[in-house]
Write a protein that binds this ligand. Structure first.
Ligand code: NCD
Length: 322
């Protein structure tokens, strides 16, 4: 079988994990099922399995991160990999070394897997095009483009609570335009045949022709929340905004902030999610964030099992195709 997809081997196995686009229903389901089996590993007192023993994973974070970086590190450790955390602020990248030179130097240290977060869209694909055969690249967020492991841990959280996707209505609320998380979530929800995917945002915070992504567009939060099963709130990504796209944070909260009162418009058993970092009082009221419908901290926990799943599938794909 011939395919031009950088992420999949000719046998359809995962080689790199760069974006949800280009993957298929069966790979996404495999990731969710494999992650399910790893949740038991993360819950026991000795949290290690030897799947990545002898392999070296390098974490390259050119942008700030709390959850993604730590859970990738824990995932690699729980699979028994050696892990190298490159501190970019003190690395030669700040002395002007190109990304490609940094890559080649790290490859000279026999790294097997790169986890990369970078401010430029396309940087993970660029890495994947240039690594040696047998070396894998996992995208931990590239510019506004994609954040596929975040999307998969979100899908895992939804499946854990709702058990299926076909009959669900999911609303993604907030700064869709600048959000790599939203883009990856929309692709994943659609590949998993979610009943209805809504995006709720002011026109200035929506990508052009948002409908072509396979979503229903809402500009009013009250309408967008009506009878949904899942609400995903997003941060205002101010560092990516050029010019004034918003009146003020106070006004934004008034129109788009998720309050306990508004949440009542969703189904009574709706879950509230947020990829983090959350800004209390701007996109979400504190009482909702800490309330009993919030699964925000579970998302963080599941991030470990999902990242373990992706890494282990890449390693087993590499074994089978060698
Ligand atoms: C997000 C990111 O960095 O893309 N956070 C995350 O990885 N959990 C979302 C954001 O920055 O708002």
């Amino acid at each position: 079988m011939k395919n031009n997809n950088l992420q999949l081997s000719s046998e359809g196995k995962l080689k790199h994990f760069l974006s949800i686009e280009g993957l298929n229903h069966s790979i996404l389901s495999d990731i969710l099922d494999t992650a399910e089996s790893f949740t038991s590993v993360t819950e026991r007192s000795i949290k290690k399995v030897p799947i990545l023993r002898g392999k070296t994973v390098a974490n390259l974070f050119f942008e700030a991160s709390t959850r993604t970086r730590s859970t990738f590190e824990l995932a690699a450790q729980r699979l028994s990999a050696d892990i190298l955390n490159l501190n970019i602020d003190t690395s030669a990248a700040v002395k002007g070394e190109s990304l490609l030179d940094t890559l080649h130097n790290l490859e000279a240290m026999q790294i097997d897997m790169f986890v990369i977060r970078h401010q430029d869209s396309g940087s993970a694909h660029f890495f994947a095009q240039h690594v040696n055969p047998g070396v894998s690249v996992l995208n931990a967020g590239d510019g506004q483009h994609a954040h596929p492991t975040q999307a998969m841990l979100d899908m895992f959280t939804i499946r854990r609570h709702k058990h299926q996707f076909e009959n669900l209505t999911v609303a993604i609320v907030g700064d869709i335009k600048h959000s790599r998380v939203a883009r990856s979530q929309i692709h994943a929800l659609n590949l998993l045949n979610t009943g209805q995917v809504r995006v709720v945002a002011p026109p200035t915070l929506l990508p052009e022709q948002a409908e072509t992504l396979g979503v229903q567009v809402y500009h009013k939060l009250n309408k967008g929340l009506k009878d949904v099963d899942v609400v995903i709130m997003l941060r205002l990504q101010k560092e990516r905004m050029t010019g004034a796209l918003l009146p003020s944070e106070k006004e934004y909260f008034r129109q788009y902030g998720l309050t306990a009162e508004r949440l009542k418009l969703a189904k009574a058993d709706a879950i509230v999610m947020h990829p983090g970092p959350a800004n209390r009082g701007i996109e979400i009221e504190s009482s909702v964030m800490d309330g009993n419908q919030s699964v925000i901290l579970q998302q963080v926990t599941y991030g470990i099992a999902v990242r373990m799943a992706v890494m282990s599938m890449i390693v087993s794909g590499a074994v089978e195709s060698s």
